[in-house]
Design a protein around this ligand. Structure first.
Ligand SMILES: Nc1ncnc2c1ncn2[C@@H]1O[C@H](COP(=O)(O)OP(=O)(O)OP(=O)(O)O)[C@@H](O)[C@H]1O
Ligand SMILES: [Mg+2]
Length: 365
């Protein structure tokens, strides 16, 4: 699959810009602060309906304007497809081939992409939030109904939290908690099962890739801790008892303490937690493995590679890993949009489309 034509209006530092992409490698070159990342963010927002860099979509509107508009043509399984996205405060419209989608789950997964930027190091370095977001977005790209589950789950947690904070009568509180717990178990089990399945797939791919980019002797293992337990399949079978056990504790703390919103995916390198023990370079190689594993998983599901969006990552990798990634993007039929501050002869060949990005204006060279 690939993006062929992108149109940005009042998006970040772009007033009005059209970019025609090649199906192969597209290189965006420009000094700092010119709008390279913003293009990738536009593409990724169009595809996923989200941006991980923002708190509110208002931040995406070109300063001083009232709305933004994005549109692009894609080719997916030899079919042409148009995605559009309009936003102004209080109104968000996403369209596939002119038809407005009511829910994000109707939209996400139509086109697939994998983004990789220096910020992705947070998947390894930071807290469970980042890892949950990574895994949930990957599941959603393949199984959009996962978004519906997550949204329903967040609503239930929100309501249970409100109850825990406001209900003073203990008997009443306990019986209402039980009612919410039934929903938590129902939706939460589905979320956990989706994650278990995806982490199993990730493990298979990741381990192979990590051995290639690091060393044959190193073993990378992703381990899902569901409901605070090491054996997540076992944990999910005992979800009702685990919730029951936590009830008094939740009443004391006035907050929901157990469920998939608190789960984590621990990343182990040779048995050690990489968050604490992996070197910066190892952490980068782990994220690279995760991202390339994502490419393979989506490829297996969709029979086409997703669009690979690489934001300024080559400069962060050492020589060997850089070479590996450059070979990877040159191999097989996948579209890559890659940003850099300066030209790199190893990325550019006769098939590479090169664009200059300067102060919110993009010109093909
Ligand atoms: N909502 C907005 N409206 C207008 N300009 C914006 C908006 N949000 C960000 N910018 C501007 O966009 C520019 C940053 O663009 P971007 O992050 O794409 O740069 P970049 O080319 O990727 O730079 P670097 O090489 O440093 O990563 C900054 O100059 C910033 O001030
Ligand atoms: Mg940038």
């Amino acid at each position: 699959m690939h993006i062929s034509d992108l149109y940005l209006v009042n998006f970040r530092n772009y007033k009005e810009q059209r970019v025609v992409f090649d199906p192969g490698i597209n290189l965006l070159i420009g000094p700092n602060g010119q709008g390279k990342t913003n293009v990738l963010e536009g593409v990724s927002y169009l595809i996923t309906g989200k941006s991980s860099r923002i708190k509110s979509e208002n931040d995406l509107i070109h300063w001083g304007d009232k709305n933004f508009f994005l549109a692009a043509f894609f080719e997916v399984n030899d079919r042409q497809l148009k995605l559009e996205s309009f936003y102004e405060p209080g109104k968000k419209v996403m369209k596939i081939n002119q038809l407005a989608c009511k829910r994000l789950s109707d939209y996400i997964g139509t086109v697939n992409s994998v983004s990789f930027s220096p910020d992705d190091l947070n998947i390894v370095k930071k807290g469970p939030n980042e890892r949950r977001r990574f895994i949930d977005l990957l599941i959603a790209q393949i199984r959009p109904s996962h978004i519906t589950l997550l949204n329903a789950y967040i609503r239930v947690i929100h309501q249970k939290n409100t109850l825990l904070r406001t209900e003073k009568n203990l008997t009443l509180l306990k019986s209402q908690i039980q009612a919410w717990n039934e929903q938590i178990i129902d939706i939460g089990t589905k979320i956990i099962r989706n994650r278990i399945e995806m982490i199993e797939k990730l493990n298979k791919q990741c381990q192979k890739i990590f051995k290639n980019i690091f060393s044959d002797d190193d073993l990378l293992v992703l381990h899902y801790y569901a409901l605070g337990k090491k054996d997540s399949s076992e944990a999910v079978n005992h979800f009702p008892e685990l919730l029951e056990k936590k009830m008094m504790h939740e009443i004391e703390r006035k907050t929901v303490l157990i469920g998939p919103h608190r789960d984590d995916m621990i990343i182990l390198l040779n048995g050690n937690d990489t968050r604490m023990f992996a070197s910066q370079g190892q952490q980068r190689s782990i994220v690279l493995s995760l991202k390339l594993a994502e490419m393979e998983i989506i490829y297996h599901e969709k029979a086409e590679y997703p669009i690979l969006l690489l934001d300024d990552v080559l400069s962060e990798l050492d020589e060997f890993r850089r070479e590996y990634l450059i070979n990877y993007i040159h191999l097989s039929s996948k579209q890559t949009i890659i940003t850099m501050t300066g030209a790199d002869d190893r990325v550019i060949n006769s098939h590479t489309a090169v664009y200059q990005v300067l102060n919110g204006i993009i010109r093909r060279k």
